[in-house]
Design a protein around this ligand. Structure first.
Ligand code: TXA
Ligand code: MG
Length: 350
């Protein structure tokens, strides 16, 4: 494995590797991706191998130019109404943290889509991701660059720690700004359906295409639905320590237990908890908060919290607590995606 900078020459090195069927991890605005040529079956197999990922989990293909959408998706087979929605989504929300499930072109390998008739396509806004895609093959398959089921990486160091020699190159582009994965929107049914909440809020999508359905809560007992979008597997995005999820009221009443870690959404709840646990208040390295700016509006707080979520869980996991108590986010904006990830992390216990 070789760490690369986000300079042009280094991006070209990674692009050449991808053209040659090798793998390169790269920054996007959501999380780091593990990229390979979407049309090269052995590169796709290497991605599954590196992630230790079950073959039934389909990959997102990334484009950096609307004219290449046709290479992956058969958009002529969409109904006129869905076609109109696609056009407005592309215009208003691409590039950005939104993935669209569309009818696939026959040329996209089944390995990329796990045999589904649809393909998930995303146009990331991160300049390094765009260059890598343009300098290589134009269509890069990239899941999040973490072992299957574990926390998604928001820094190059996370990828190095988790995948090490299983990846050829890692481009270090600093911190991924959004911090949770893209929203996956199924655009093959009308109304469209959110299969995975993520970096684009439901509110933002509904502002441009009207009502959308929601495809969660977790589908533990519905293997068919899980197969439809395995990011919906009940247990996913999980730290190693068992995680317990609490609403703000319950969180502020928790007793302090040495050895356990506490992840607060806001300073207010942390403050209320610290008052009750006066003996332990202040300076404990097992106590974390996702937002720090009390003056922000709630939706903006969820942006700040999403950006800090996975990195904070990595830090918590590294101190090896016996349990993690996490506070739910308010259920608006990116809070929906945060709660989705925390709920799946908590599901690992069972
Ligand atoms: O933000 C992101 O989306 C990141 C960055 C790297 O772009 N990528 C990412 O990929 O999160 P991955 O593979 O970790 O998650 C892909 C999600 C999974 O939940 C998968 O089930 C879903 O997309 N998916 C892929 N193809 C699909 C399809 N054809 N229909 C429905 N869901 C699909
Ligand atoms: Mg993932």
């Amino acid at each position: 494995m070789r760490m690369l900078t986000s300079g042009d020459e280094d991006i070209r090195i990674a692009a050449e590797a991808i053209k040659a069927g090798r793998l390169a991890a790269f920054p996007t605005e959501t999380v780091y991706g593990l990229g390979g040529d979407a049309f090269n079956v052995s590169a796709l197999a290497r991605i599954f191998e590196a992630k230790r990922r079950p073959r039934f989990d389909p990959l997102i293909v990334h484009i950096a130019d609307l004219s290449t959408l046709d290479m992956a998706a058969d958009i002529r087979s969409l109904s006129p109404s869905l076609r109109a929605k696609l056009d407005v989504l592309c215009r208003e929300l691409w590039p950005g943290p939104l993935t669209l499930a569309l009818p696939k072109q026959p040329s996209v390998p089944d390995l990329a889509t796990s045999g589904l008739p649809t393909v998930a396509v995303r146009f990331p806004s991160h300049p390094v991701a765009q260059k890598l895609i343009r300098y290589s093959t134009g269509v890069i398959a990239a899941p999040s660059a973490n072992p299957f089921g574990y926390l998604s990486p928001t820094k190059a160091g996370h990828v190095q720690e988790q995948l090490g020699e299983r990846v050829d190159f890692i481009i270090d582009g600093g911190r991924a700004g959004i911090g949770v994965e893209s929203t996956v929107l199924d655009l093959t049914e009308d109304p469209a359906r959110i299969l995975r909440p993520g970096g684009t809020s439901r509110e933002a999508i509904e502002a441009v295409i009207g009502h959308v359905e929601m495809g969660f809560p977790p589908t533990r007992d519905a293997p068919q639905a899980a197969l439809h979008s395995p990011g919906q597997l009940a247990s996913h995005y999980a730290p190693k320590a068992p995680l317990f999820l609490h609403d703000a009221g319950a969180m502020s009443h928790l007793p302090f237990c040495p050895g356990e870690a506490y992840l607060f959404f806001d300073e207010e709840t942390r403050g209320a908890w610290s008052m009750r646990n006066a003996r332990n208040a202040g300076g404990d390295e097992r106590i974390f908060t996702l937002t720090h700016d009390a003056d922000k509006g709630t939706a903006d707080k969820t942006l700040e919290a999403a950006a800090n979520l996975f990195d904070t869980l990595y830090i918590i996991d590294n101190i090896k607590p016996s349990a993690i108590h996490a506070q739910k986010s308010p259920d608006i904006g990116l809070g929906v995606a945060i709660n989705d990830r925390l709920t799946r992390a908590a599901a690992k216990r069972n």
